[in-house]
Design a protein around this ligand. Sequence first.
Ligand SMILES: Cc1cc2nc3c(=O)[nH]c(=O)nc-3n(C[C@H](O)[C@H](O)[C@H](O)COP(=O)(O)OP(=O)(O)OC[C@H]3O[C@@H](n4cnc5c(N)ncnc54)[C@H](O)[C@@H]3O)c2cc1C
Ligand code: FES
Length: 287
Amino acid sequence: MSHELSTMNPLKPLRAKVDDVKIEAEGVKTYTLSTEFPFLAEPGQFNMIGYPGVGEAPISLSAIVNDGSFKHTIKSVGRVTDFLKDFKKGDELFFRGPYGRSWPVKKAEKKDVLIIAGGVGLAPLRPVIQIVLKRREAFGEVSLIYGARNEKNMLFMDEFKIWEKDISLYITVDEVSDVSKSPHPPFTKGGRGGINIGLVTDLIDGMKIKPERAIAFVCGPEIMMRFICRGLIMHGMSQSSLYVSLERRMKCGIAQCGHCQHSGLFVCQDGPVFSYKEVCGLPDGVL
Ligand SMILES: Cc1cc2nc3c(=O)[nH]c(=O)nc-3n(C[C@H](O)[C@H](O)[C@H](O)COP(=O)(O)OP(=O)(O)OC[C@H]3O[C@@H](n4cnc5c(N)ncnc54)[C@H](O)[C@@H]3O)c2cc1C
Ligand code: FES
């Protein structure tokens, strides 16, 4: 958290101005926000985003921009996120944060990096991709393995062409949708892996991974993360080289209320990013 923000009451929401709204996919928008205070965050951290009288929801940073602005990519699924979906440029919303533990990007230096995402799970990983692209020489082979239900549910498609200049893209959809109704142009057959139809786990099975020099950052539905992690372990990777981002319902965001507790861990503070070793096999989890 930046010094200015951390010295304030951590539960007091601050105003943020909506500078831009972009439709990413069906029911998903990216909001570019700015605040009068300097804002610093690490990739993988989240803000509690909300509005008085409506509530708050934990939302990851989907980009941290040098000029102090930041982005959130939000899928409308319920009370708070539905309320936010009609926000326009110039509107104000409220946020607290940034909170939580980030992806261990420093640990990934000199390693082959597997960035593996499903659906909206690409949002918390986009800041990692941005760091890799900025300091490409600091990392070994970098691959993005991304799956969504169909093209209409795929995030950041207009950035794939830029990303694939420096990292390998392996993209897959569960099904081919009616692309004529998609907010994006249909896929060009891009990416070094091309476009596949099938599950993200199928892509992992076919990959050549050097387990001793690889690290994986995985974000998506918990059941997907479980199968991905098991698949990577079959490739010889260790539990401590796999990282996942967990989702639990949250209230305070700062380890005070207990809402997000998962077998003694506070997902809001001890996570949301955990090594697989820390969370694998915990009671009441699916990992
Ligand atoms: C660390 C973290 C980061 C996240 N990052 C993002 C992100 O970048 N982008 C994004 O789109 N989402 C993200 N999420 C998910 C997001 O927080 C939720 O989708 C959001 O909280 C929904 O809030 P809501 O008020 O809109 O929906 P709600 O009204 O709370 O409903 C959301 C869904 O949960 C169900 N639900 C409601 N109450 C309960 C309950 N008590 N127990 C279980 N299920 C219930 C509802 O039926 C509905 O399907 C993140 C979550 C976490 C924990
Ligand atoms: S959200 Fe309150 S303890 Fe984590």
